[in-house]
Write a new protein. Sequence first.
Length: 310
Amino acid sequence: MSTLICGSLAFDSIMVFGGRFKDHILPDQVHILNVSFLVPSLRREFGGCAGNIAYNLALLDGSPLPMATVGDDFEPYRQHLDRCGIDRRFVRQVPGTLTAQAFITTDLDDNQITAFHPGAMSHSHLSSIDPTGIELGIVGPDGREGMLLHARQMGDLGIPFVFDPGQGMPMFEASELLWFAGRARYLALNDYEAKLMVAKTGCALEMLAQRLQAVVVTLGALGSRIHVDGRILEIPVAPARNVTDPTGCGDAYRAGLLYGIARQMDWPTIGRLAAVMGALKIEHPGAQRHTASRADIEQRFFEAFGYRPW
């Protein structure tokens, strides 16, 4: 059985600024903001939430099925997916478009400024879900109409799924966010997105958790928090051996989340496995370069938490 991952495939241009944004942005002058950052380090990576989650899930032998729309420039990414053994039957090329592009600048405090060109992602609603062999899904940041369509289809088909609005949250009104939450089984947010979700909908996380099986909130270096069964589980971080690049850590975490849910692990173990995936990612540049095997992941889990996840 496979996990359907609805979201973007994108090329990431990642730049590193050798200073701190806060030293160059004057709070009382943001209405006339005009800044330039020298970025001597630049690299192009394979990214997008669907690609990143699928890559990490494949490391866990988790049978990912990314569903995404891509452009005429997709060939290098196609070859990469094939090398990784990731099934791309639901990856659809839209002629006359470019694959989505993200331009990410990171400072020394791991703060990020991102510009995003959606390209072919805006046509994600052209793809429909075939439920054959699918046991679990996730609706991640994608084209607006595609996110609505795929959440509706998964709900109608009885496929349990995680709603992960991410950077796509501003596209939706409060009623639409509550509609997603009403169809999903699980909600995944980072700390900022959780605050925005509460502000937009007027629903506390505890209220949202009553509608869902679990609400998961990642807290960066502070770990993560899982609202489940009327409780709040505090999930510690898995120690990283070195901090290299935070890009894609949230997607790596979600791969661990999906793997644990699909295998009906207990929630403390699911959260810790997700934390290990995030730690492994942060040790490597790019979202899809670390190559830890399932055995490596199991050993890192044991080193961090003193027991084995499977």
